[in-house]
Every structure is written in C-alpha cells, then in structure tokens.
Design a protein around this ligand. Structure first.
Ligand SMILES: [Zn+2]
Length: 81
C-alpha cells in the first residue's frame, strides 16, 4: 500500500526482475588509504599501459614469440603447473 503511494509520488517503476544476490559483486578498482606510500603517485591504467609498451620486447623461449615476458614468467609455463 505504502509502496504504491511512493511509486505514484516519485513516478518510479519497480523492476519486475528480481536479481539474485549472488550476481552482486564487490566493486573493483578500490584503493584504500595508505596504498600510495613513500610519496608515490598512483599511476592511471593508461600510464601503466604506456610504460609496458615502452619496455623492450624479448623472445620468449617457451612460447617462441617476441613479447613482453621471458621463459621465467611465461603464461604457457604457468598454465602447465
Ligand atoms: Zn612466453
């Protein structure tokens, strides 16, 4: 009864679909206080990507490709474990 009055007053329609609670996840990209210590500025994703691109590529002995990793931290090697 009260809900109906609120809907009329606000002009808002309640969604018909009832969402499962398990579909709701915690937000990502949260940096709490203290994560940027020693005066370091937190770099944006764009800056991180630019830095990664500027790094010299090397041939990985495991996957035989010119990439930004070597055999020690190759994805293929890590997938085998
Ligand atoms: Zn590799």
């Amino acid at each position: 009864m009260i809900a109906e009055q609120f809907k009329k007053l606000l002009g808002v329609v309640c969604p018909d679909v009832v969402y499962d609670v398990s579909d709701i996840h915690n937000p990502t990209d949260i940096h709490n206080k203290g994560s940027g210590s020693r005066g370091k500025r937190l770099k944006s994703t764009k800056e991180m990507i630019e830095k990664e691109i500027s790094k010299a590529k090397r041939k990985c002995a495991t996957c035989q490709q010119i990439v930004h990793h070597d055999k020690r931290n190759c994805l293929l090697k890590n997938a085998e474990k």
